[in-house]
Design a protein around this ligand. Structure first.
Ligand SMILES: [Zn+2]
Ligand SMILES: [Zn+2]
Length: 143
């Protein structure tokens, strides 16, 4: 943890180490500040919500995490350095699926090329309803 922090130019503090450790160990890959705060406290760490905010902002600046804004107003964070991927998001339950498709990458590259642009990064979020929610909706409407 210390090395990762140092490499990204951040001062090593106990709280930063704890937060980073939490992010690398947690199962869920997309987390809100609230999620992180609750998760840490559930592990017996006492870290204030404001502290989590502040540290995540530093992590974002240092490129350790990526902030993503999905349909909901709440920002979600995920660790940086994962392979490029797109997101499918269920509008009902918030389920989030990641996928990668080289053809999408190619089409985006071609589109950018056509407009004389180079791509630094991109984000593609697809909204809809997951299988479970679709089934629930359909059974509700009596079909
Ligand atoms: Zn759903
Ligand atoms: Zn993701």
């Amino acid at each position: 943890m210390q090395a990762v922090l140092k490499d990204s130019g951040l001062k090593v503090t106990t709280q930063r180490c704890k937060l980073l450790k939490f992010l690398t160990q947690v199962d869920k890959q997309h987390l809100t500040i609230e999620n992180i705060y609750q998760g840490l406290n559930a592990q017996g760490e006492t870290m204030g919500l404001n502290t989590v905010y502040r540290i995540m902002a530093h992590f974002e600046q240092a490129g350790l995490v990526v902030r993503r804004l999905f349909e909901s107003e709440t920002a979600m964070y995920e660790l940086n350095g994962k392979p490029r991927h797109e997101h499918l998001i269920c509008l009902t339950c918030g389920k989030l699926v990641e996928f990668a498709d080289p053809l999408i990458d190619l089409r985006l590259w071609l589109a950018a090329e056509r407009h004389g642009m180079s791509i630094d990064h991109h984000s593609l979020n697809i909204y809809g309803h997951c299988f479970d929610c679709k089934q629930k909706l359909e059974s509700k409407s009596g079909r």
